[in-house]
Design a protein around this ligand. Sequence first.
Ligand SMILES: *Cc1c(COP(=O)(O)O)cnc(C)c1O
Length: 457
Amino acid sequence: MSENKIPYKIYLEESEMPKAWYNVRADMKNKPAPLLNPGTHQPMTAEELEGVFCADLVAQELDNENAYIEIPQEIRDFYKMYRPSPLVRAYCLEEKLGTPAKIYYKFEGNNTSGSHKLNSAIAQAYYAKKQGLKGVTTETGAGQWGTALSMACSYFDLDCKVYMVKVSYEQKPFRREVMKVYGASVTPSPSMETEIGKKINAEHPGTTGSLGCAISEAVEVAVKNPGYRYVLGSVLNQVLLHQSVIGLETKAALDKYGIKADMIIGCAGGGSNLGGLISPFMGEKLRGEADYEIIAVEPASCPSFTRGVYAYDFCDTGMVCPLAKMYTLGCDFIPSANHAGGLRYHGMSPILSQLYDDGLMKAVSVEQTKVFEAAEQFARVEGILPAPESSHAIRVAIDEALKCKETGEEKTIVFGLTGTGYFDMVAYEKFHNGEMSDYIPTDEELAKYRAKLPKMD
Ligand SMILES: *Cc1c(COP(=O)(O)O)cnc(C)c1O
């Protein structure tokens, strides 16, 4: 099919939507390292994990063998309300940049939660319901995950208890209220409702909380209340599995028009959107069927891939969660004020960590003001107001397209546009007022956190 036939938006028919998620672990020669029990340092058994997570999700978490896992009909029906998401050819951006590169983006912001997180939230809520649970608990920082989970839980009539980092609870009242619209209870963390919350409040009076602390509270509540389990919106293998719907749709849309991507770019916080987007392409790469240049983009203020170490670490600051082998900055690492709330996690998905360590993908870090420059450039020509997180991918897509302009290469670039930025206008305001800083941690600071990694035998 000739080039000018490619539409601005490539949609799939309902019948072309994925019927199974793709599990990239099945094609990995070096499997991601298992989660370890923090006390014994032995691999977590299914039984141990089932105390915290839903049984079906535990099975998915531990499944390194099955390449395809069927998407239950109920989840496929829910997906149909807001999927397939469009794959957009950025004709306007290409023209503005004067690049011979062909740029496509997969837009996941087209649902009320405003991000890709709903893809996994609905799956996790479904399995909780199927198990006959009363409800689930979770933490949220910036609020995207909490919002997505609230929507998913209300759909399945599940109780949803969200522990929201106190500073966000106070500074982001709108997201908090959206969660309440969907019936969730939202508690500022650290609270006085949990042992760990009381302890942290006593030790650090007036603390505004952290993601790691909110995780510890949510896990405690799940473990103590019969009929409740804990759910997490990124990092875990099961989350990347659910997010593979992004990559499968992208690949189906490209295949429909005979387009071959050269380069795939995504922002990386805990790795769920990037892992989902690249999964089927990485599968081809692992099986030796095709090659792609894959780039993870992270903030220079929280550089897990580019300046972290590949080691076992805690997933939370309370050190109650299992240990995961991942690229990490250390579980006590708290990044400087960065407006991309979803990219502030100290660690990275164990699957992506292994793929990166094996040299199958690259990573770059970018500074905040450069990210917002790209966000605005993109908004002005493509119309969509991007989330600060997503704009990390935009920055690198634009930079790569400009390189093509110099070399004359007609590369096909695909990037993930994970969400919209309507709730991030304070960040845009800071950018406009020239009040945005680009704090990059020093080597000494990073070494200090690294020294506290758990000692493994
Ligand atoms: C949470 C979030 C991210 C980062 O999380 P990943 O797990 O790395 O995908 C990126 N973009 C948006 C809009 C988010 O809400």
